[in-house]
Design a binder for this molecule. Sequence first.
Ligand SMILES: *[C@@H]1O[C@H](CO)[C@@H](O)[C@H](O)[C@H]1NC(C)=O
Ligand SMILES: [Mg+2]
Length: 291
Amino acid sequence: MAMATAKLLLLMVLVAASSCDGSAWRGPLSRLRMLPTAQYVVEAAAERLKEDVSSAPLIHALHPLLGSAGDFSRRAGVPCDSWRLAVETYNKRDWTTVPASCEGYVGHYMLGGHYRRDSRVVVDEAVAYAETLNLGGNGKEVWVFDIDETSLSNLPYYANHGFGTKPYNATSFNEYVLEGSAPVLPETQRLFKKLISLGIKPVFLTGRTEDQRAITVANLRRQGYSGWMKLLLKPVGLKATAIAYKSGERQKLQDAGFVIVGNIGDQWSDILGAPEGARTFKLPDPLYYIG
Ligand SMILES: *[C@@H]1O[C@H](CO)[C@@H](O)[C@H](O)[C@H]1NC(C)=O
Ligand SMILES: [Mg+2]
């Protein structure tokens, strides 16, 4: 038992060491390539630990170390992981910034493979669902796509602005949008192209404003999007919540005779509010919250 506890402590140190490189994100991103090695070391330690304590009261042993260790547990990534889960499940709402202590965690999540893997699972489900649809043959089926953090990624901006730990700055963010350089989210584009091949028409519905139409079109085209049916942007100065604005636009589509077979976005406000669409898909986004 004492042996197991000692190994558990070793594991905790390894976990802490693998996740405490702080906020120095402006350095070369190649530093991140060290992460898989660190993860492997932790996993190997966990495997050894499992062998040693398989008959020991592991939960009892873990509880005091993880539950009350303050900074130690934060470095182990446990609260940030739980925070992200609460965000993605919409248990946590109306938050303004990523907790400062989670900058490293969110950075690794976004820039490493985890974000891509999570997005891939969402899109795999969406494609599988789309393939089951029996279309009416009148070309009325549409699929609603959000743009930011759904069709295009603003990760180059957020990587330079603390991964959501700093308050939203409309000036600098809009400067970034007007560069028209946001990269594609490849998983979403795979869905987009699949839907077109199936005969389902994509509709972009975004909180970007009408005065950003030209640069948004240019950015989308540059990143390989084409063949959308509509690009719906928010009127400049419209005072409405994202849910009210977006559900209102979906209602207009439905009133015009379109059938919204699917709806995908990174915010809950993309997919809440009737008519939501026959099925909704939530992409991960631990960077910011739009109500
Ligand atoms: C917001 O961004 C602008 C443009 O980069 C900058 O001048 C300004 O200082 C920023 N505001 C804050 C509060 O950081
Ligand atoms: Mg979005």
